[in-house]
Write a protein that binds this ligand. Structure first.
Ligand SMILES: C[S@@+](CC[C@H](N)C(=O)[O-])C[C@H]1O[C@@H](n2cnc3c(N)ncnc32)[C@H](O)[C@@H]1O
Length: 250
């Protein structure tokens, strides 16, 4: 395996990579939702809803302990909450960017009294402040690619999942064929330019295609999941493989 983790430009080691990622998301937090929906023509919402449907059985169990890690502004958690019965155990929504998490907190607070709820948690995915074997489900959307060490992330998730607990990783990938070629032009040229215009910052939306290009392709990622002790490892492509959901059991 060649890829160990995210490598933002200028970062010399894993600690610097994590710091650069956190600063980048702190900086783009005010425009993150707008850009996400704009740049994906709202398809990102469908991907999160589809991911929530995939885990609806465990979400429907009121006592299930669920973590949305790298929750950002909380949209995956909100999609999950639609499948949670009222009064069920709150979903933990964790991120290490305070600015992203504070937007998630606002969304959670706006929910109706009595509806299923979520609890924000400022935490690093590689060092979760959670007991071993305590969670039924961990899911992350578009966050895993940003970890400074993918194997360490998978091991940490494995530590906190109960035996038989489920893992879901929704992540971008690079589609092949003609779709892939057309998409590459959009993703590598058009998207960073729009990001720069709306956000006023070049970094984050230039980093996005680079980070997707550096992320292990599905076969390699499944091998890594298998090697870190997961079972039933699978990848379901979404929208021509522009994104896809990795699933596994501990
Ligand atoms: C692209 S955003 C995705 C946010 C959200 N899950 C979504 O679906 O829109 C990636 C998020 O991962 C978070 N993140 C990256 N590395 C992290 C780490 N080591 N620990 C916790 N959060 C992390 C970032 O702060 C950012 O909010």
């Amino acid at each position: 395996m060649t890829t160990t983790g995210a490598k933002p430009a200028g970062a010399e080691d894993e600690a610097e990579a994590a710091q650069a990622v956190r600063q980048m998301f702190d900086a783009i937090a005010p425009r993150y939702d707008l850009l996400n929906h704009l740049l994906s023509a709202n398809v990102d919402r469908l991907w999160r809803r589809r991911t929530a449907r995939r885990f609806r059985a465990v979400l429907a169990e009121p006592d299930a302990a669920v973590l949305d890690i790298c929750c950002g502004t909380g949209d995956l958690t909100v999609a999950f909450l639609k499948h949670r019965p009222p009064g069920s155990r709150p979903i933990l929504a964790a991120d290490f960017s305070r600015a992203m998490l504070s937007r998630a907190t606002q969304k959670f607070s706006a929910r109706k009294a009595g509806a299923a709820c979520a609890v924000p948690l400022e935490a690093d995915a590689l060092h979760l402040p959670l007991r071993s074997e305590s969670l039924d489900l961990i899911v992350t959307a578009f966050g895993f690619r940003n970890l400074a060490n993918y194997e360490a992330g998978l091991r940490e998730f494995h530590r906190v999942l109960k035996p038989g607990g489920q893992l879901g990783i929704l992540e971008f990938s690079e589609p092949g064929g003609l779709v892939g070629k057309a998409y590459a032009v959009y993703f590598r040229r058009v998207l960073p330019a729009i990001g720069r215009m709306v956000c006023g910052k070049a970094g984050a939306y230039s980093y996005l295609p680079v980070s997707v290009g550096n992320f292990p392709p599905p076969r390699e990622m499944l091998g890594l999941m298998d090697a870190t002790g997961y079972e039933e490892c699978a990848w379901q492509p979404y929208t021509f493989g522009i994104a896809g959901l990795y699933t596994a059991r501990r």
